[in-house]
Design a protein. Sequence first.
Length: 260
Amino acid sequence: MKYALITGANRGIGYYLAREMALDGYGIVMVGRNKERLEHAKQKLKTYTPHIHTLVYDLGDPTAPESIYNDVKKLNLEIDIIANNAGFGSYGLFHTNDIKNELDMMQVNMTSLVHLTHLFSQDMVRRKRGKILNVASVAGFQSGPHMNVYFASKSFVVHFSEALAYELKPYGIKVTALCPGSTDTDFFSRAEVNRKSDLFRHKATPESVAIKGYKALKKGKSIAIPGLNNKFMIQIQRFVPRKAVTAILGIGMSKQPNKG
Ligand SMILES: NC(=O)c1ccc[n+]([C@@H]2O[C@H](COP(=O)([O-])OP(=O)(O)OC[C@H]3O[C@@H](n4cnc5c(N)ncnc54)[C@H](OP(=O)(O)O)[C@@H]3O)[C@@H](O)[C@H]2O)c1
């Protein structure tokens, strides 16, 4: 049986990605930090497949990707899809933010994603088959004052995935960067961003984002941007000077009643 490994699968977009893949006949490997939350999600997913494994790891730990890969090998599972979904953001001026949290974010959003992709893509190349879904964001298309490192990390994911899609195409491997806009999940409470801000007013459901992302992966699209609004905003800003885009976002993002 073929398996899909999804990081951050216990809630939000990751849970629905796991559900879509289970509905499509995949066994599921769910990775997350919190054992109870993973177990709860596993119980819900059992409606769709009995083949579910949970791996408890903190992707902020640089040794986690290697351990995850070794666990999968011990379980003797063939991972046909890897969905690097786990990620988080932080709100605030860079110089006032907790640097440990910023570095942790870079580890989870970028380094662990690259490391897991490297480990699992070796097997995919050997098999000449596989799919890689990296969850980026519309934030990956411009710089983001007040969420500086988060935006930069997602920009990394967009560019890394786009180039990887090109490199791995001859090996029959599909790579997609899923770039959601504002989505109704716990993301905002962890990032301490107030969702009532104008910039975050239009919220998609995590379910619709996951469905669109998985469809795009199956079609082999290197970039998937769910929502016409989001597509339009990304296209239009190509015709606006970069400095102006940064300034507009800087003003919009500063209206955050949650923080001073
Ligand atoms: N929500 C949005 O508006 C939005 C927009 C664009 C992109 N995204 C991206 O979508 C992805 C999923 O986020 P979401 O919106 O679904 O948020 P969410 O509901 O907060 O889910 C985040 C998931 O990532 C996991 N995670 C976070 N830090 C982790 C770590 N150190 N180790 C292992 N797992 C970790 C969480 O697991 P725990 O439960 O163990 O913390 C959780 O399952 C993220 O990459 C995010 O940047 C979100």
